[in-house]
Design a protein around this ligand. Structure first.
Ligand code: FMN
Length: 308
């Protein structure tokens, strides 16, 4: 997820049992790669395998070239994004806008699969619009082109993030292909993960927003799927340690100026649901240095009675 699944967050998710994490989307337009933002997006130092790098673009040759470079740079899986509805992407007809053009989908997938010797996976929505839910056809094209796994967000491109994700199209896709299908959309609890797995027959589930601010949800889901026991929320002491560690990692990864800014949204997600969380968020967003942020998070937990 652009702006979310940076290296520090991916590492946290893996530590809490996510089997696979995917990089923030990297554009296939290599003219944009010289920016600091792009180079941080391509930084996978110290990450556990498999390193999956997501690419987006519309030109088969350019996508193939990008995939090759990413593999040379350490990617062990290439993931192609045809699921993003963002204007910035769709105006250039990349992301989910591509789902409208099935021959171009096939050309991109075939070119990328032929270009690299690592598995290529694909992320899609259920179709272009509710009237043109062509997810099953796209899935068959993907399988024919050699795509090794398919993640499906249960909304169409036209739906953006409105309404609720629907899972029957994901079920139809699962039944139509023999490659692994990963169900995605609105999964925010262990029980929901279990229900979506059951209702779709999918091989795995993928979480986006449900993991923001609470990477431990992967451990909870794994535990629930393995034992059927409803997991407890982590103790405040444990959450405090996770957040302090996350903060330190963000400061180290991005440097002081950017790290402090990126940390604001992550700490906001983690603490906003707690008593006093909203007031904390407002105050925290005004802090300008790493030490003040660390002290503020420690102070938040001290106030709710967690000993230092
Ligand atoms: C802020 C944000 C950024 C996202 N960036 C990407 C992206 O770069 N690539 C992608 O495939 N999906 C991206 N998505 C979509 C998510 O991967 C996911 O499909 C969607 O949020 C639905 O799943 P969820 O309900 O678990 O969040 C993004 C979503 C959000 C909210």
């Amino acid at each position: 997820m652009a702006g979310v699944t940076d290296r520090p967050f991916r590492q946290l998710c893996r530590r809490f049992g996510a089997a696979l994490v995917v990089s923030e989307m990297v554009t296939a337009d290599q003219r944009l790669w010289h920016t600091r933002k792009s180079s941080l997006r391509r930084d996978h130092a110290g990450e556990p395998a498999p390193i999956s790098v997501q690419i987006a673009g519309t030109d088969p040759r350019q996508m193939a070239d990008t995939a090759r470079r990413d593999v040379d740079h350490g990617a062990q899986i290439i993931d192609i994004n045809m699921g993003c509805p963002a204007k910035k992407v769709c105006n250039r007809a990349a992301g989910s806008a591509l789902l409208r053009d099935e021959p171009l989908v096939a050309a991109i997938l075939a070119a990328v699969v032929a270009a690299v010797d690592v598995p290529v996976t694909l992320k899609i929505r259920t179709g272009w619009s509710p009237e043109a839910r062509n997810g099953v056809r796209i899935a068959r094209i993907a399988e024919d082109c050699g795509i090794r796994a398919l993640a499906v967000h249960g909304r169409t491109r036209a739906c953006a993030f409105r309404g609720e994700a629907e899972y029957h199209t994901i079920r139809a896709i699962k039944q139509a292909v023999s490659i692994p299908v990963i169900a995605n959309g609105d999964i925010d609890s262990p029980a929901k993960a279990a229900r979506v797995l059951r209702d779709t027959g999918a091989d795995a589930v993928m979480l986006g927003r449900g993991a923001q601010g609470r990477p431990w949800i992967f451990e909870q889901i794994n535990q629930y799927l393995e034992t059927g026991m409803v997991p407890e929320e982590p103790a405040d002491e444990a959450v405090r340690e996770i957040l302090l560690e996350h903060l330190r990692e963000l400061h180290a990864f991005y440097g002081e100026y950017m790290g402090v800014r990126i940390a604001r949204k992550h700490m906001g997600w983690s603490l906003q649901q707690r008593a006093g969380g909203e007031a904390f968020r407002r105050e925290f967003n005004g802090l300008e240095c790493p030490a003040a942020q660390l002290a503020a998070v420690a102070g938040f937990f001290r106030e709710v009675g967690v000993a230092v």
